[in-house]
Design a binder for this molecule. Structure first.
Ligand code: RIB
Length: 326
């Protein structure tokens, strides 16, 4: 589906920029995740498209956001297919770069019958999103209302983008995945931190007991700009800001593959939040989008469009708790 909007409508849209990775996901569906040294002989193979940045950009665009995606791809056969898929989701691809003599990032993913996964990434061209390439994207970040970042591109690029976006007053949403430590002087410039339990432990620098998730989110909030959203998988999520704290339950679904669920959550959340939707409603929408995504195999292919999320709400008879932004 290609989405066309007029120039007048474009002017009114809040602008989201996602800077991050793109991967080709090579998926093996297995009965269980292999132990070290184990060979599982009856895996089912499929190829899908992913990368944390690309997944979040697609989730935001399919949730109604006006999204520019900045990423480095290889000059291989995958690049054109990926770009077409971004355009089909309504993403502005003007800042995507194809890097000569490099390959697109590849993620090797095992997905077990219970939906759990483990992933190894060969970053390829994602590692080239650094240095001079960053200078060319600063104007689009300055113009944006929200900048969405993860940690699947060079770490120093993420740090410098946070510092820049902070100086030009573009709101910063960071999903620190894959988990890495972030220095306090950077975290305090992040407006919204969205993270899971593993990432929370790494950022807190200690193991944590998640039986009191609001307390954990609140202690992280002392180090972050405005909001912490701690996602807890099947246990839902918590939101903590200076004005509120709230636990949001998840939905009971038939989980097939959790790959990209966190990315779907982040992208769907940002598309609502940037339009001024109440925080709790944003998280409820993002939770529904992520719940739908885990019912299907693959990352990008499983990310729902806004219409599907809204229909899901209607099915659950929850429409009165959600302000629909069309
Ligand atoms: O978050 C899920 C993503 O992580 C996958 O799509 C894979 O590409 C890895 O980057």
């Amino acid at each position: 589906m290609v989405i066309y909007i007029s120039n007048d409508e474009m002017e009114k849209c809040k602008k989201i920029v996602v800077v991050g990775s793109t991967n080709v996901d090579l998926i093996a569906r297995v009965s269980h995740l292999p132990e070290p040294g184990e060979t599982i002989g009856d895996a089912e193979y499929c190829l899908s498209y992913g990368g944390k940045g690309a997944n979040q950009a697609i989730a935001a665009a399919r949730s109604g956001g006006h999204v520019s995606f900045i990423s480095c791809l290889g000059d291989d056969a995958y690049a054109d297919t990926l770009i077409t898929s971004f355009v089909d989701s309504g993403i502005d691809v003007d800042y995507i770069q194809k890097c000569v003599r490099h390959s697109t990032g590849i993620a090797f993913i095992f997905v077990a019958e219970n939906g759990e996964n483990c992933i190894a990434v060969a970053p390829g061209a994602n590692n080239l999103l650094r240095g001079e390439r960053m200078d060319t994207i600063l104007p689009v970040i300055k113009e944006a209302d929200a900048l969405v970042l993860q940690l699947e591109i060079p770490y120093e690029s993420v740090i410098s983008l946070i510092e820049y976006a902070h100086t030009v007053d573009t709101k910063i949403i960071l999903n620190p995945a894959p988990a890495k430590q972030i220095p306090s002087y950077i975290l305090e410039k992040v407006d919204i931190l969205i993270l899971n339990e593993t990432e929370a432990m790494l950022i807190a620098g200690q193991s944590l007991d998640f039986s009191e998730p609001i307390g954990i989110a609140r202690s992280l909030l002392r180090r972050v700009g405005q909001v912490v959203i701690l996602t807890l998988g099947a246990k839902g999520s918590v939101i903590v800001s200076d004005e509120m704290e709230k636990q949001i339950p998840s939905y009971v679904v038939n989980t097939v593959d959790t790959t990209g669920a966190g990315d779907t959550f982040c992208g769907a959340f940002v598309a609502q939040w940037v339009e001024g939707v109440d925080l709790q409603d944003c998280v409820q929408f993002a939770t529904a989008a992520a719940a739908l995504s885990v019912t299907r195999i693959g990352a990008q292919v499983s990310i729902p469009y806004q219409k599907e999320v809204i229909e899901y709400y209607r099915l659950l008879d929850l429409q009165n708790t959600y302000e629909i932004i069309l």
